[in-house]
Design a binder for this molecule. Structure first.
Ligand code: ATP
Ligand code: MG
Length: 406
């Protein structure tokens, strides 16, 4: 399909008052970034929409596909470009209508005349083009209210743009307009979905992943990175911070009564994430917790775990059913990866009977057996930080590294 231009409508963004310029600028930069590796596109925008001029029309469908993942876009319409000669426009409109026609269908021509010097006004153009459609396809009936096919014809200075389709955008707000959050990203189903939903509200997300070699495998780490690559498709490159956690899990296993190992493990993770968050200038912590899903996700557990910080801990999935979360994970294409059988650090050390109603006081008392500052310092001294690009897979990267050695 030939696509010369894509019209973007903003949606929720358009409710922003004075700040709207900043929102639109951020959206424009996200749109550019989403197609940066393709042939150059040109962007122009106004308060209520954005135009993406496609220089290589063969790349149009790919560009459409990528833009459908960019938050802040309500919907998009691909358009083809024709010369301004009226006969040429009539022919193109008639042939578009002919291609789309099915018995019983109705249509409407929607002309917009940005070029006010054009010798016909929009009413006249609607009539002329409508007749051209009926002539080419006699069964096609014009209908003003709720037509089956709306043919939008925009007369501009440089050319005329025709579009018939409107595809849904990803909605939400442009990533980068709502601050930065530190996403606790495991290799499971939930946390990538929580990351996606946070991006949808405009947050830039950094991933913090706890990894416990030799108890956990390189594949488990690769899986978490690949998940970061999946969600990066919605918000641009994701900083991935790998935190060594085995020494802490060993200390917990040795010194903490079994009923509290889960609670204290989570408290350590949250403390570390909070430190990392602070160093990296992010304003919130995001988790994939959902109320009542497992022992660590009862309100009592959340209270005992959350007590280590006053930083907002955002839980976008808190009220969602597992099935709803799974549905979303399929939409964002993280489900298949997340269900690969590589255990992460929590499963390996999971106690058989974690307390579902732990008490903060008990947690604090048991933690006295640990040198918390020292354990944290050791972890923080060995962080590994890298950038994961949209769609990047660890295998590809390793192959590239291998290729570069050869
Ligand atoms: P998920 O599917 O996201 O792993 P879950 O239902 O398996 O969630 P838990 O394993 O109890 O639940 O984890 C709860 C939350 O704690 C996760 O959603 C994630 O935000 C965080 N978390 C768990 N394990 C890790 C890890 N290894 N690294 C970073 N964060 C983690
Ligand atoms: Mg998990």
């Amino acid at each position: 399909m030939q696509i010369d231009e894509i019209l973007i409508r903003y949606g929720e963004l358009s409710t922003k008052g004075k700040n709207i310029k900043d929102f639109i600028k951020t959206l424009a930069s996200n749109v550019s970034q989403a197609v940066a590796d393709l042939d150059r596109v040109e962007l122009t925008w106004s308060r209520d929409r954005m135009h993406v001029k496609v220089n290589n029309s063969d790349q149009g469908p790919e560009i459409m596909d990528r833009l459908q993942k960019v938050f802040g876009i309500q919907n998009l319409s691909p358009a083809i470009k024709v010369g301004k000669d009226l006969d040429q426009v009539k022919d193109q409109v008639a042939s578009l209508a002919h291609d789309k026609f099915q018995p019983g269908m109705t249509f409407k021509i929607d002309t917009h005349r940005a070029d006010h010097d054009y010798p016909y006004n929009s009413m006249e153009l609607n009539r002329i083009l409508g007749s051209a459609v009926i002539q080419a396809q006699p069964g096609f009936k014009a209908q003003m209210e709720e037509p089956d096919l709306r043919i939008r014809v925009e007369f501009r200075q440089d050319a005329v743009y025709l579009s018939t389709d409107t595809l849904p955008g990803a909605k939400g707000l442009p990533v980068g307009t709502a601050g930065k959050g530190s996403l606790m990203l495991s290799g499971g189903i939930d946390s990538p979905v929580a990351g996606y939903l946070s991006m949808k509200r405009g947050m830039t997300v950094e991933a913090v992943h706890f990894h416990s070699p030799p108890y956990t495998s390189p594949q488990a780490l690769a899986k978490a990175k690949d998940l970061a690559g999946k969600i990066a498709k919605f918000g641009g490159p994701v900083t991935f911070i790998e935190v060594p956690f085995a020494h802490i899990q060993e200390a917990i296993k040795e010194h903490i009564p079994e009923g509290y190992t889960m609670t204290i493990t989570r408290r350590m993770m949250l403390r570390l994430t909070d430190r990392i968050r602070q160093d990296r200038g992010s304003q919130a912590i995001i988790t994939g917790e959902s109320l009542g899903q497992v022992a660590s996700q009862t309100l009592e557990s959340m209270q005992a775990i959350n007590a280590v910080t006053t930083t907002p801990v955002l839980r976008p999935l808190v009220a969602m059913d597992k099935n709803e979360i799974i549905d979303l994970s399929r939409v964002i294409d993280t489900y298949d990866l997340a269900t690969l059988p590589y255990e992460d650090c929590c499963t390996i050390f999971a106690p058989t009977k974690p307390k579902t109603k732990p008490k903060v006081d008990n947690a604090i008392r048991y933690e006295q057996a640990l040198d918390i500052e020292d354990l944290m310092d050791q972890a923080l001294a060995s962080l590994k930080i890298e950038t994961i690009y949209p769609g990047q897979l660890v295998e590809d990267q390793e192959k590239e590294e291998f290729d570069s050695i050869l």
